[in-house]
Design a protein around this ligand. Structure first.
Ligand SMILES: CC(C)(COP(=O)(O)OP(=O)(O)OC[C@H]1O[C@@H](n2cnc3c(N)ncnc32)[C@H](O)[C@@H]1OP(=O)(O)O)[C@@H](O)C(=O)NCCC(=O)NCCS
Length: 188
């Protein structure tokens, strides 16, 4: 991790950094797509203002949870383009020394392994430099792409949280997955 006022991480193909208002148009581009938001905690963006509000709330979240959220950036047409978010945060079900993983990518960038690549660098940081013993992740049962990412990260499915989430008037079952520090060391 590059440690300055604002942390950032680099992987082979990606850079993770905090989101700024200049990223709002990139966010709006992918977050206005209801395929992306079908199973996410945030709703489909209707106007650019929704993306600007997202940036502002992200900055507030960064203060409470320094690893959440990060924008995921690729190099495209000579500039850094934001294609999604990833983060580790103190989720509602997290006990001590535990963080929850979350991610979302624009549909143009699905199926390229970016979700895994972005998650790996944060997980590595949390287990190696923070006193974290467990990382958990939740997803709506039907979100196959999301739980496949969890499985490819080496996470284990612990169970089904029945009727756990209400989103847009629908009630969803959610899978809960987890990864322990000792498993990550073996897995890598
Ligand atoms: C979930 C998400 C982050 C997956 O990221 P991704 O970078 O596209 O995933 P990857 O390319 O690393 O694929 C991971 C695995 O899942 C599989 N997969 C991805 N989407 C799938 C789908 N819809 N159905 C079945 N398998 C799927 C891939 O084939 C791959 O497995 P493989 O390597 O064995 O073929 C991405 O689809 C997304 O952002 N979705 C919208 C937002 C969202 O739902 N976020 C999660 C909320 S819990």
């Amino acid at each position: 991790m590059k440690q300055s006022n604002s942390p950032s991480f680099s992987t082979k193909r990606l850079r993770l950094r905090y989101i700024t208002e200049e990223d709002a148009e990139d966010i709006f581009y992918y977050a206005k797509n209801s395929n992306v938001t079908r199973y996410t905690a945030f709703d489909t963006h209707k106007t650019l203002k929704d993306a600007l509000d997202f940036v502002r709330s992200s900055r507030a979240l960064n203060i409470r949870d320094p690893l959440n959220p990060f924008g995921i950036f690729i190099q495209s047409e000579g500039r850094e383009k934001m294609i999604g978010t990833v983060g580790l945060f103190k989720g509602k079900l997290c006990r001590e020394n535990t963080l929850e993983l979350g991610y979302a990518l624009g549909e143009d960038w699905w199926g390229k392994g970016y979700g895994i690549e972005a998650s790996q660098v944060l997980i590595n940081h949390a287990f190696k430099t923070l006193n974290i013993r467990r990382i958990e992740a939740l997803c709506i049962k039907e979100n196959i792409g999301s739980f496949r990412v969890m499985e490819k990260l080496g996470m284990q499915r612990e169970g089904l949280l029945r009727k756990h989430l209400i989103k847009n008037g629908y009630i969803y079952d959610m899978y809960i997955y987890s990864l322990l520090k000792e498993e990550w060391e073996v897995f890598k």
